[in-house]
Design a protein around this ligand. Structure first.
Ligand code: ADP
Ligand code: ZN
Length: 613
């Protein structure tokens, strides 16, 4: 082992109380600590922070961390201070006295880490301040913000390329959880990281279970899902529910609250104070569910979010992966649940049609939606599907709904032909286009007022699909759209043929459809759900200790006005509950207890556990 690596291990143990590095961490740290530049692509929860925190501790001077997430800097710095690391931040939320104090400590060489907002770093006064002190390295967090085509573009990031010219000898490390090749290339080019070493981790998040359900009564399905997850955890759990519109977030939150879930809405229409309060409650209290538009969660690095649910279809696989990635950052079991239905597809197509961009832009949106639909309708492993989208090969995972309860496929060629030929007939014989509802009524031979009025019972395809239920037909329509055999257009989502429809109509192409399980929504939930750590591998007496430790942690966190995980993570509490140390010495080897925390909390923990729990 090189000297640098030996020192890195010692730092990991001393400051963070962890036994070993994960994945690429050791390689990144060794490279950067030795003065090299790095580009690090690692999924959320992969452990990016240590990749720049430890080199900052090992190198002389202060590690300067650029982060766009001002709201988080405070908690990040608090968490570091509690491990004994000398950290501070500079951003617009500060008063001038506080700022002057931070600047002075930086110049005196008293800071290991300094977090700086990008807009501040781009001012000459900050640059010249940094120049007067000693910089250990630059870490550019959330580096995908430099990508103009990505969804989080921040103009302030573009200027960060200049750091290379001003400080050619200071190592720079760019980090992101956004995986696509295009973003990776843009980061490298724009941040002047041509000589950097690239570390691309697997994007797999094995602890997250992916589930995609078809939508029936979505609020009831969601409630059922949350109740099942809560029951398996044994206590209220924190989660995020994403919806597209503000109105939906309000409605869903109210519904959940009525049914006993501690749920609150969050969207850009709420005033800043309310949003701030919701965010604080989510971070600091146990078991709060936030029902939000996608603006929520960007950079909320709460490690113990146990589920992320989507009640509307995400617009892209990238977005879906980023949002679901906010679950289970602590590595403990978590669930990503999505409900989607025909109306989602129709709505999203309409939004694309009506979007103001040019044709190329709309095509890109369309391609994103198609990939998302393919994921929803796949009869193979969900995880394999997502990872393939990011260019990574993998085997079936055993921890997604299709792996756990393999869907059967059925030959849907004939029903799809019936559906397509109904579209053809309406178009040719009547010059009409209709949406899914009317097509299904025609196929099932329903005598509705609209059928009579349009004389649709005179069509040759009227009633030829009576063998399938309304629900089954909706699945056929939805999957036909996902397969690109039909496309909804216009305000009413009228269905039209595509270039691919012909081969099905002519019988050249067979269509395999995903079987719709009859059991839906109100079932007891996931067959092979991995139980939460609290309920699974702890014996009953250890479970009682775990709960007692949680209660103690809540009190500590409240007293110090920090989120509970800043005190200890769930994983550490679980290890404590299992090991049941009877003395301070026996705290050795429990993951997450570094020197400072051991001194600070050791006696209290031993007291609490020794109390005969
Ligand atoms: P990211 O920024 O990549 O999302 P973080 O740096 O926040 O991830 O790390 C996620 C969680 O994993 C944190 O709770 C962190 O303390 C923990 N962690 C990181 N590296 C290790 C390690 N080597 N051993 C144990 N826990 C780790
Ligand atoms: Zn799988």
């Amino acid at each position: 082992m090189s000297d640098t690596l030996t020192e890195a291990h010692a730092a990991l143990r001393r400051w963070f109380g962890y036994e070993s590095f994960r994945g690429d961490q050791a390689a990144v740290i060794e490279h950067v600590a030795s003065g090299g530049d790095a580009v690090v692509l690692m999924p959320t929860g992969g452990g990016k922070s240590l990749c720049y925190q430890i080199p900052s501790l090992l190198r002389e001077g202060t590690g300067v961390v650029v982060s766009p997430l001002i709201a988080l800097m405070h908690d990040q710095v608090e968490a570091l201070l509690r491990t004994g690391i000398r950290a501070a931040f500079l951003n617009s939320s500060q008063g001038s006295a506080e700022r002057a104090d931070v600047e002075q400590r930086y110049l005196a060489g008293e800071l290991d880490l300094l977090y700086v907002a990008p807009e501040r770093l781009n001012t000459e006064s900050t640059l010249s301040l940094l120049g007067r002190g000693r910089i250990a390295l630059f870490a550019i967090d959330e580096a995908h913000c430099v990508s103009q085509w990505g969804h989080d573009f921040r103009p302030d990031y573009l200027a960060l390329g200049a750091l290379a010219e001003r400080w050619p000898d200071v190592p720079r490390i760019a980090l992101t959880a956004t995986a696509t090749r295009a973003t990776h290339q843009e980061i490298t080019a724009r941040l002047g990281l041509g000589n950097a070493r690239h570390f691309v981790a697997s994007f797999d998040r094995p602890n997250i279970q992916y589930r995609i359900a078809s939508k029936a009564e979505v609020k009831a399905q969601l409630l059922d899902f949350i109740r099942t997850e809560t029951a398996s955890a044994g206590h209220p759990i924190a989660g995020i529910v994403y919806a597209l519109s503000r109105a939906t977030t309000e409605k869903v939150a109210a519904y959940l609250a009525q049914h006993g879930i501690d749920a609150v809405p969050y969207h850009a229409g709420l005033d800043a104070a309310t949003r701030r309060r919701t965010q604080d409650r989510f971070l600091r209290e146990d078991g709060v569910v936030v029902v939000a538009t996608i603006a929520f969660g960007m950079g909320i690095d709460k490690p113990d979010v146990r589920f992320v649910a989507h009640v509307d279809l995400p617009k892209s696989v990238e977005g879906y992966y980023q949002e679901t990635g906010r679950a289970g950052r602590d590595g403990e079991p978590a669930t990503a649940w999505l409900a989607y239905g025909l109306a989602d597809v129709v709505q999203q197509r309409r939004m694309i049609d009506e979007s103001p961009g040019d044709l190329a832009f709309r095509r890109r949106l369309s391609a994103h939606l198609d990939a998302m639909l393919a994921l929803c309708e796949t009869i193979t492993c969900r995880r394999q599907n997502v990872l393939a989208y990011f260019g990574q090969d993998s085997a079936p995972c055993g921890n997604c709904d299709t792996c756990l309860e393999p869907p059967t496929s059925w030959d849907g060629t004939v029903p799809v032909q019936k559906l397509l030929s109904t579209v053809v007939r309406l178009q040719r014989e009547r010059n009409q286009r209709f949406g899914a509802g009317q097509l299904i009524d025609i196929l099932r031979g329903s005598k509705t007022a609209r059928i009579e009025q349009q004389r649709h019972h005179e069509l040759a395809t009227f009633g030829i699909g009576a063998d399938l239920s309304d629900l089954q037909w909706r699945a056929v329509v939805r999957q036909s759209i996902a397969l690109g055999l039909l496309t909804p257009t216009g305000e009413y989502g009228v269905l039209t043929l595509t270039d691919a429809s012909g081969s099905v109509l002519s019988g050249e192409r067979q269509v395999l459809l995903r079987h719709e399980p009859e059991r839906r929504g109100r079932s007891s939930g996931g067959g092979g759900r991995k139980q939460s750590p609290a309920a699974s591998d702890l014996a009953p007496d250890a479970l009682a200790r775990f709960e007692a430790l949680r209660t103690w942690r809540t009190g500590e966190a409240r007293e110090q006005a920090v989120p509970p995980y800043v005190v200890f993570s769930d994983a550490t509490l679980r290890a404590l509950a299992a090991a049941n140390p009877g003395s301070i010495d026996q705290l050795d080897g429990i993951s997450g207890i570094g020197q400072v925390k051991r001194e600070r909390y050791g006696a209290a923990l031993v007291d609490l556990l020794g109390g005969g729990l």
